[in-house]
Design a protein around this ligand. Structure first.
Ligand SMILES: Nc1ncnc2c1ncn2[C@@H]1O[C@H](COP(=O)(O)OP(=O)(O)O)[C@@H](O)[C@H]1O
Length: 193
């Protein structure tokens, strides 16, 4: 199994880079899967009739959210393993900025189930991230609207990714999302896994 966890703070271009990875690997007839952590949580939440939609998940009692997080990790590992020597990518967050502080996205009990080889951190200049956010009217990311907040969140994402990597011996790779060319980051991620 080859699993790379792809992280990046909101607005850095993670969705764009992952879509580019998909295009490149599809063109190359490669065996791969791109999984989104939230999608896996939502699937279980709907099956268990906890929620009807994605936005209800973060309003559930924390113990149920933790149960969904754990079940998602087990299912993600199962799907990545079943791909054999194909490439698996998991779209998630190294850190989540909350009013109560920075929350690790990959705590011990989760990273130990996932067993990734690499944790990727997609980064861009804070000013660039702000510009992309303001150009992208389809999403609301106002909680990341200040360059110093973005810089601090990126720092904590690095600390958090390394702390998770230490637990399973994964590597941490910082990948820059170059303005105008998301394929640069996409190719780096593919070749590093
Ligand atoms: N390398 C890039 N160069 C220019 N614009 C980009 C690049 N990557 C992403 N964008 C733009 O930035 C905005 C946010 O990208 P998105 O992939 O949705 O971010 P995320 O998933 O990290 O929140 C979008 O408008 C997207 O088109």
């Amino acid at each position: 199994m080859k699993l790379g966890i792809v992280t990046g703070i909101p607005g850095v271009g993670k969705t764009t880079v992952l879509n580019t990875i998909k295009e490149i690997l599809t063109k190359n007839n490669a065996k791969f899967i791109i999984m989104n952590y939230g999608d896996y949580m939502l699937k279980t939440a709907i099956e268990l009739k906890y929620v009807n939609n994605r936005d209800e998940i973060r309003k559930l009692p924390l113990n149920l959210q933790r149960e969904l997080q754990l079940e998602a990790a087990r299912n993600i590992f199962r799907d990545a393993s079943s791909l054999g020597d194909g490439l698996s990518f998991l779209d998630t967050h190294a850190v989540v900025r909350t009013p109560g502080g920075y929350l690790p996205g990959l705590p011990k009990h989760i990273i130990e189930i996932l067993q990734p080889q690499v944790i990727f951190l997609i980064e861009s200049e804070p000013e660039q991230i702000l510009k992309r956010q303001s150009n992208d009217k389809t999403r609301s990311r106002t909680d990341y609207s200040d360059p110093s907040v973005i810089k601090e969140t990126m720092d904590f994402a690095r600390f958090s990714a390394m702390a998770s990597a230490v637990l399973v011996g994964a590597s941490v790779k910082v990948v820059k999302n170059v303005e105008g060319d998301p394929a640069v980051a996409a190719n780096q991620i593919i070749s590093s896994l």
